[in-house]
Design a protein around this ligand. Structure first.
Ligand code: UDP
Ligand code: MG
Length: 342
């Protein structure tokens, strides 16, 4: 394989960092964990061997996002049998993107992989991403060749992407999956982002660096149902919109100005009509419609301003991003390897 060191100047050959960290958020994924572990370890062992390292030179970080099934129990059992598995259990459900952020905070690998825990991102695609990273990129994002999701889900995602392009001017690749790999240097910089209302896809696009994409397979869920309820998707959309754009606030001004101009012209017309054309306008229906219309718009935009204010409030409160209820004991992993990607 044509190999190239990731960041030669940063690599400490004496260190005990794993070569790869794989971060996986889990929310009630008990049916998927055993298969995920089986397939993922197979891929990672081969990858480490190809890099000339001992086959166990990786860590798998499972972040349990407040599951109510036996996901955490299974994670602990995996850790007991295999110290390369690290488990972090949140005190409640904090959300997918926060779980990923926690994984980032704990990842020690030279390269860090993100993937979902339902096997929609096939682990067998990781070597492809790794090869691309070695070409000198800081971040390689997987693009789904064909999305294996319901029509409803695909439609929502498409709308979401259009919104991103139009309002936020962020260059987010269409059909991107969570499956991605980043260098240690990229991760160290990403960790400096402290905002609490976080929308990771936007933040990845915002960071810059040397990013690229590569096509990957996308499979149907191995087992279970999607853990993203419609409400969670609406929240995420709103979060994204208000994190990366002032357009909703500007829209209030634009709409206000347009309606005022229209009202001024109507008033002018009524005055002219009264004096020159003997025109009388009567009826309370039109008055009521105008009042209700304006009242509705004002309340809607007050709510929107409240949303931004709420976000400022959350940031000022500076609560921790997540709370860890339990984590698997650390310090058991013995790494013997080069700790580098060649
Ligand atoms: N997930 C999570 N917290 C949540 C919702 C989802 O950690 O509140 C995890 C979930 O267990 C899975 C990943 O995020 O590993 C993606 O979720 P899912 O597959 O349900 O989303 P979809 O593929 O339907 O968009
Ligand atoms: Mg999924």
């Amino acid at each position: 394989m044509d190999t190239k060191s990731l960041n030669p100047e940063e690599i400490n050959t004496q260190n005990s960092r794993p070569l790869f960290s794989v971060v996986i958020p889990l929310y009630n994924e008990e049916e998927n964990i055993p298969e995920l572990y089986r397939r993922l370890t197979g891929v990672l062992e081969k990858l480490c061997a190809d890099e000339g390292c001992p086959i166990d030179n990786y860590e798998i970080i499972l972040v349990d996002d407040g599951s109510t099934d036996s996901s955490w129990k299974l994670t602990k059992e995996l850790h007991e049998k295999d110290a390369r598995v690290t488990g972090i259990s949140f005190s409640r459900n904090f959300g997918h993107h926060i779980a990923l952020s926690a994984g980032m905070d704990h990842a020690e690998g030279e390269a860090v992989v993100f993937m979902d825990g339902d096997l929609q991102d096939p682990p067998e695609e990781i070597p492809k991403l790794c090869c691309k990273l070695k070409e000198g990129y800081d971040l390689v994002i997987g693009i789904r060749k064909k999305r294996s999701d319901s029509l409803y889900r695909r439609a929502i995602s498409y709308l979401f992407w259009i919104m991103f392009k139009t309002f936020m001017k962020l260059d987010i690749p269409e059909n991107q999956s969570l499956l991605r790999i980043m260098s240690k240097k990229y991760l160290a910089n990403f960790r400096k982002i402290k905002e609490r209302n976080r929308f990771l896809d936007g933040l990845f696009a915002w960071t810059g660096f040397n990013q690229t994409t590569i096509q990957v397979e996308h499979a149907p869920r191995f087992a279970g149902e999607s853990k993203y309820s419609t409400w969670k998707m609406i929240r995420l959309t709103f979060n994204a919109l208000t994190s990366f754009s002032y357009f909703p606030l500007q829209l209030a001004g634009i709409l206000g100005m347009s309606i005022s101009t229209l009202a001024f012209l109507t008033g002018l017309w009524l005055i002219i009509g009264r004096f020159y054309f003997n025109l009388y306008v009567e009826g309370w229906v039109s008055t009521m419609v105008a009042i209700l219309f304006m009242g509705g718009i004002q309340l809607a935009f007050l709510g929107l301003i409240g949303e931004y204010l709420g976000r400022v409030f959350t940031e000022v409160q500076a609560r921790p991003l997540y709370m860890i209820k339990e984590r698997t004991p650390s310090g058991e992993r013995v790494l013997s390897c080069c700790g580098r990607i060649k």
